[in-house]
Design a protein around this ligand. Structure first.
Ligand code: NDP
Length: 265
């Protein structure tokens, strides 16, 4: 039986095992997908164990998406571009890293052709994955709080994508022309708080789509505010399913049964 799974810390809350097992069962594959490390285990130890066990493939989540790179043999073009990996495939003993977060995100967005001006709040790993896989038809602006990490984010975005990072305070003056507003920060993940205030959404273009990448709760404060101003909203759950479906395709070379995966959200 081929062994697949997930590494990260923490991972016990992850929906990936149930989603991937649903797709594996639907495709009648002789494979299993499970959590592959314990809390607190070092990445070097995890990788040594996985190589020894000849794992067929695995997903990678925080905090290992960047730090895993030196442990891999190759990166595909997208993973190399954003310097992050969320999917690894074992090809004849070679561990190859991919990133499906960005492609999964864009595939989850409805009527993408109508969305031109995109504003992303946050400049971490998820934001970079989205920028790296963005269609050529969109104009992207990225905003981050003026934290100690601001200058490092700014240098990375300039080097990787030629984009200029702007302070979050600048977003308010741009909201009236934004077609797609994305919360790519971790605000809302642990507490029910929003990175923008209720009043900020009054400034947003009337028919804009608002997406919160947070997927632990379908209803976040950020999306609640957007709904109050009658904007269209979408949680991070469709992205979660699509990035998983893209990983499934990389590992098994088959189209995942999305409907069966969605049952486990
Ligand atoms: P990172 O840690 O790489 O980046 C976090 C970002 O959030 C940084 O820009 C950080 O800014 C910002 N941030 C953190 N705290 C605050 C705050 N209090 N106010 C304003 N900005 C803040 O995380 P990821 O990019 O990996 O993940 C971001 C979110 O996306 C998470 O909620 C994650 O769960 C979600 N995600 C969802 C996926 C899905 O499939 N739906 C896939 C991947 C991620 P700074 O550096 O200045 O602190």
């Amino acid at each position: 039986m081929d062994k697949y799974g997930l590494i990260g810390d923490p991972i016990t809350h992850s929906k990936s095992p149930r989603m991937q097992m649903a797709a594996i069962k639907s495709a009648k594959l002789n494979a299993t997908y499970q959590l592959l490390n314990d809390h607190g285990e070092k990445l070097s130890a995890i990788m040594a164990r996985l190589r020894k066990s000849n794992v067929a493939g695995f997903n990678v989540t925080t905090p290992f998406k960047q730090t895993i790179i030196p442990f891999l043999d190759e990166l595909d073009v997208t993973a190399a571009k954003i310097q992050a990996v969320n999917t690894v495939k074992n090809v004849d003993g070679k561990l190859i890293g991919f990133s499906t977060d960005g492609s999964g995100f864009w595939q989850s967005v409805p009527e993408i052709e109508k969305l031109i001006n995109v504003a992303i709040i946050g400049a971490g790993g998820a934001a970079k994955a989205i920028i790296g896989a963005a269609p050529l038809t969109v104009n992207i602006q990225v905003f981050n709080r003026e934290s100690p990490a601001f200058d490092e984010h700014k240098a990375q975005l300039a080097a990787l994508f030629g984009l200029e990072l702007q302070p979050l305070s600048q977003l308010l003056t741009q909201l009236e022309s934004v077609d797609l507003l994305i919360n790519a920060t971790s605000v809302g993940l642990h507490d029910n708080v929003s990175v923008l205030s209720e009043a900020d959404f009054e400034l947003l273009k009337a028919n804009a789509l608002v997406i919160d990448l947070v997927y632990r709760h379908a209803q976040t404060r950020f999306l609640e505010y957007a709904r109050k101003t009658e904007h269209q909203t979408m949680s991070g759950l469709p992205m979660l399913v699509m990035q998983g479906a893209h990983s499934f395709k990389i590992w098994h070379d088959k189209i995942a049964d999305i409907k069966s995966m969605e049952l486990y959200l």
